[in-house]
Design a protein around this ligand. Sequence first.
Ligand SMILES: NC(=O)c1ccc[n+]([C@@H]2O[C@H](COP(=O)([O-])OP(=O)(O)OC[C@H]3O[C@@H](n4cnc5c(N)ncnc54)[C@H](O)[C@@H]3O)[C@@H](O)[C@H]2O)c1
Length: 453
Amino acid sequence: MGWNEAFTKSVEERSISIGIIGLGYVGLPTAIGFFDAGFTVWGVDISERTVSYINAQKNPTGDPEVEGLIPHASDPRWNITTKTQEAVPHCDVILVTVPTPITEDLKPDLSYVRNAGCDVFNAVERGSRTIVVLESTVYPGVTAQTWLPELEKRGLVNGVDVELAYCPERFNPGDPAHGVRQVARVVGCSSEEVGQDLVAMYRHLTSEDVRYVGKIEVAEASKVIENVQRDINIALVNELARIFPELDLDVEDVLDAASTKWNFHRYTPGVGVGGHCIPVDPYYMMQRAQDVGVPAELITAARAVNRTMPQHVAQVIEKILYTNHIPAGQGRVLFLGWSYKPGVGDPRETPAEPLAKALQSRNIHVSVWDPHLGEQDLPDFVQSVNPMYDEHTSDIAVLITAHQEFLNLDWEALGATMKAKRVYDGRRVLDLDRLASSGWETFAVGMPIRNSM
Ligand SMILES: NC(=O)c1ccc[n+]([C@@H]2O[C@H](COP(=O)([O-])OP(=O)(O)OC[C@H]3O[C@@H](n4cnc5c(N)ncnc54)[C@H](O)[C@@H]3O)[C@@H](O)[C@H]2O)c1
């Protein structure tokens, strides 16, 4: 039996072992998904905390989708360690799910991908054809540019000692309808045979479509443009949310009207985009475009709009306070939410942070109530509160995150803790008419300032 037939048979019999390097928001649910599908899993994370949490069946990320699902450390099919060299010799396939952040000067930081690859290549058995799949989001060319030189330095050969491939993760943490087991996958690999083997393997993970799309760079590019497209669409509606109030129009009224056309795609404006993907991935594409001398003008402009939304919102809030005769240095703002995403305690790249900084630079005090985050998750320059229990007096509540807790809030109780019943809907999710009829002064992103005194 050839290598390929043997691999396919082992996949069907679940007798292959799958290693996952990086057990964060992506890696942990992926590891659990393959374990649940019947495979033996070796999970590696350099963080001692993450490994000890997982080995104690505790959730290290707070992602509700893994709550209560972490297998018991005594299960022989579930092996979690901080040491890549311990895991790799047991594995037929290794999935690398490490961070791909940006540097301070907004350039791709590929150090995690490089380091994780080096750890794997140092431990791989020669001639084993261990399949090493990068799942992290990157620009087209990263897998080859970053890993092939490292293979060469070690005298390893792609296609002999390892088989490199790319399969981007697309799931949405905290969203049960789009978990790791429900999203379509694409596989890129220079060897179609190996690509098809991976298709067979991922088909056990997800109920959705899995397909081989050709070379690695096609799969890499497909992932990054998915997030670029979202950034551009959101930037357009955020730009409109800045223009229309100046024309005395509420952007949501305009969107309601435009959405009656069959091919209009509606997006909702907000205080900014956050998380590890949308505010980060476009910089990967911009870098690659620059490398080949093509200006990524639209992508760059969209990033600038979304990146400056918090400054725009800070200006509007300052104006609301000013028109309500609250002098500079005395304004107090209560943020409802800090996490970048509803239902999840994830503060990464949250637009709340630049918004809080912009308000503070205007001498406006910021306190934060986020039921999904603890005081330790918030930066020192904001005050963590629960206005329902703590003594608290704010001039305006600003909805940052559309957590269910805020959609179902007892607004009368909140209003009783404030100096004035004033709210700014930074996500356009509140019933502003109902709030106005119960005595709230209402403001929102994309809405003209109407009812200030
Ligand atoms: N979070 C999402 O919603 C999402 C969705 C799709 C794709 N992605 C992409 O997936 C990748 C991972 O994102 P994430 O959100 O899971 O990041 P994360 O920060 O939550 O997790 C990454 C984990 O990798 C570990 N790690 C770093 N270097 C390591 C090494 N050398 N060996 C072992 N472990 C190492 C870290 O300790 C961390 O626990 C990124 O490229 C991201 O863009 C993220």
